[in-house]
Design a protein around this ligand. Structure first.
Ligand SMILES: [Zn+2]
Length: 418
């Protein structure tokens, strides 16, 4: 990537900052190192979407991970799709990671075997430290992997606010406390409170929800649905895609209660907004009634609600309890992320922005580095332009960088860094 002198200077400043990675789905390291991986691990997670959209059938995508077939044969089938997708931001993260960790600037039928060999050799205990700490200078990742026993200070847990509410078993034996004795909605809410207290004690710093069209809370309706589901008279079926269901009055009631608990126990509410599946259901403005109702609860709003970027920026502009988290954005599109960074400086106080979150699963671990490199580029470009225009001094750029990459998440999540 060609960078101007000022952009290079800014990048040097960012490289010197210890980073808080504000959103991942990384689970404990042994989940990764126990796997037999090859070159196709670089095409796990988000790139799957690009591959399917370019025309590959889902069953053919799944065959890419079938180790019984030689990697060269699988690559041959995949290469036409690689030609189609290689220019997306998702794939730029692949190429950056490939070069950094495995020493190639492209993948071909000739080198895919050797790359696979290098991936296997690198996939040993210690790989999290090598990539996250030694290469990315990440102090900790706020990770959502459904558990708190991450086994390392590199992974700080954020837990789901709410679990499935579809079937009798979901209500009477919720996964967060299967042995609870639950008969009524109040019993369920008491179990929820015990869950929040427990995960906080185990190190969780936030509770995650999604921006769905929640209804106003109605205790009677919530109770009636609870009784129907828990007695087996009713099941709520979930739409297959996306996996987020439209919220029932019970769902709306319990999300409201979950936000209440987050406030009571001083935890951040992390909110997925926009892009995923049928993203119409995930419009960022759905959460406004909750922002107004809970002015003292801190909301970390993810992904800039893509494609409703301006609407989401306005949440940061208009509500004191909103922080804007650029997790996932730089690999959705660097163009949009740069525009949004620039516009956010115009709109939002510098203490309300979180610059980076890789948003990857352990199979895509290397791409955290790719994504971080892209985030650094985006921010360096925007700040350098402002410096070249005479609107920003170097020490001011340095201040913004330190706030966005480190100090803001440390303060928002009250992280106790040893
Ligand atoms: Zn995520």
């Amino acid at each position: 990537m060609k960078l101007s002198q000022t952009e290079k200077e800014i990048l040097k400043i960012i490289d010197g900052i210890e980073i808080i990675d504000c959103h991942e789905h990384l689970s404990p390291e042994e989940d990764r190192t126990s796997k037999n991986l090859d070159v196709f691990t670089l095409f796990s997670h988000y790139t799957k979407g690009d591959i399917l959209r370019s025309g590959m059938k889902e069953e053919d995508y799944n065959c890419l991970f079938n180790k019984e077939s030689p990697v060269e044969i699988r690559w041959k089938k995949f290469s036409p799709f690689w030609k189609n997708i290689r220019y997306t931001s998702y794939c730029r993260a692949v190429l950056i990671a490939l070069e950094k960790f495995y020493g190639f600037d492209d993948i071909t039928e000739e080198n895919c075997g050797l790359i696979s060999q290098r991936i296997k050799e690198f996939n040993k205990p210690g790989i999290y430290k090598k990539i996250l700490r030694d290469t990315c200078n990440i102090r900790t990742c706020l990770t959502q992997c459904g558990r708190t026993d991450t086994g390392t200070e590199l992974l700080t847990p954020v837990m789901p606010m709410l679990y499935s509410l579809e079937k009798k078993e979901d209500l009477l034996h919720p996964v967060f406390e299967p042995d609870a004795s639950i008969k009524t909605l109040d019993d369920y809410m008491e179990a929820m409170e015990r869950y929040v207290v427990r995960v906080k004690k185990e190190g969780a710093v936030g509770l995650k929800m999604v921006s769905l069209p929640y209804s106003q809370t109605n205790r009677n309706e919530a109770e009636s649905i609870f009784q129907k589901i828990s007695s087996g008279k009713m099941e709520i079926s979930v739409k297959k895609c996306p996996f987020f269901s439209s919220p029932s009055p019970l769902h709306s009631y319990l999300i409201d209660y979950g936000i209440n608990l987050a406030g009571k126990y001083d935890m951040v509410v992390a909110v997925h907004t926009g892009y995923w599946g049928d993203f119409r259901d995930l419009h960022p403005l759905h959460i406004i009634p909750l922002l107004i109702k809970y002015p003292d609860v801190r909301f970390d709003v993810y992904h800039l609600g893509y494609p409703w970027v301006r609407e989401t920026l306005m949440l940061g502009k208009g509500f004191s309890n909103v922080w804007l988290n650029f997790c996932w954005t730089h690999i959705i599109s660097q163009r949009f992320a740069m525009d949004a960074v620039d516009e956010a400086i115009d709109l939002v106080p510098v203490n309300k922005i979180l610059a980076f979150g890789g948003d990857y699963l352990h199979t895509a671990l290397e791409k955290v580095y790719g994504h971080l490199t892209m985030a650094k580029e985006d921010i360096a470009r925007v700040l350098a332009k402002r410096m070249e225009d005479g609107r920003l001094k170097e020490e001011q750029a340095e201040y913004i960088i330190k706030r966005w990459f480190r100090d803001n998440p440390v303060e928002l999540y009250n992280l106790k860094l040893k």
